[in-house]
Write a protein that binds this ligand. Structure first.
Ligand code: SF4
Ligand code: SF4
Length: 207
């Protein structure tokens, strides 16, 4: 059927199927008899059989589709942008952030606040870093712009808070030093793609 035919079709000629619902009972006794008649039909027993079958499979065979949140969590998409994490260098354990400030500049909600200073070796270190998750819109710009893969989106997506303003400090987001070995590289938003080396344009030898 073409679109024109579809638009001009006569819907009044459709073949509707009318259900025979019977006469509506008007007395209390009539209604009681109707309920009793419907309840004793085989359909009720079939429905109960399905219910008991599912219950037995769930209780005794563990075939459940229910996720026992918060003890169980379904895996989230690689590109899901959840609460941020700050990563460490695997070799030295030092945090990766070099204090360049790009994430603070690009943040569309202006919710990243950071400051840097020179340490005793005249090396730049991050003295303050916080994200106001009450304002963050989880756009992912900060993770995408970071040249060091220092700030990434993790997989913690419970963002509810008892306070309206929920700040997160650098230390809160930084991988604990005792968990450095289990630090996972974030495979999603802002991370290096698996074929990144193929996409790098080689410097010409004559350059
Ligand atoms: S995800 Fe977006 S809004 Fe949130 S801190 Fe990063 S740049 Fe700012
Ligand atoms: S987290 Fe990344 S973008 Fe932000 S200051 Fe550190 S190195 Fe720069």
């Amino acid at each position: 059927m073409s679109l024109e035919q579809f638009k001009n079709r006569n819907v009044g000629q459709q073949q509707y199927r009318m259900l025979d619902l019977g006469k509506t009972p008007e007395t209390g006794w009539g209604r009681f008899k109707q309920v009793l008649g419907r309840s004793l039909k085989v359909e009720l027993l079939i429905g109960l059989g399905v219910t008991f079958g599912v219950m037995i499979r769930t209780l005794f065979r563990g075939e459940t589709h229910t996720i026992r949140y918060p003890f169980e969590k379904i895996p989230i998409s690689r590109r899901y942008r959840a609460i941020h994490e700050m990563k460490r260098l695997l070799e030295s354990g030092h945090y990766r952030c070099i204090g360049c400030g790009l994430c603070e500049k690009i943040c569309i909600s202006n919710c990243i606040t950071m400051d840097t200073r020179y340490d005793e070796n005249q090396r730049k270190e991050v003295s303050e870093y916080s994200i106001n998750f009450g304002r963050c819109i989880f756009c992912g710009y900060c993770a995408e712009v970071c040249p060091e893969l220092a700030i990434v989106h993790g997989d913690r997506y419970e963002t509810a808070s008892e306070q309206r303003a929920s700040f997160s400090l650098f230390e809160d987001m930084l991988t604990p030093i005792d968990k450095l070995k289990s630090q996972q590289e974030y495979p999603g938003f802002g991370a290096v793609s698996p074929n990144a080396d193929e996409n790098i344009k080689k410097t010409p030898l004559a350059y």
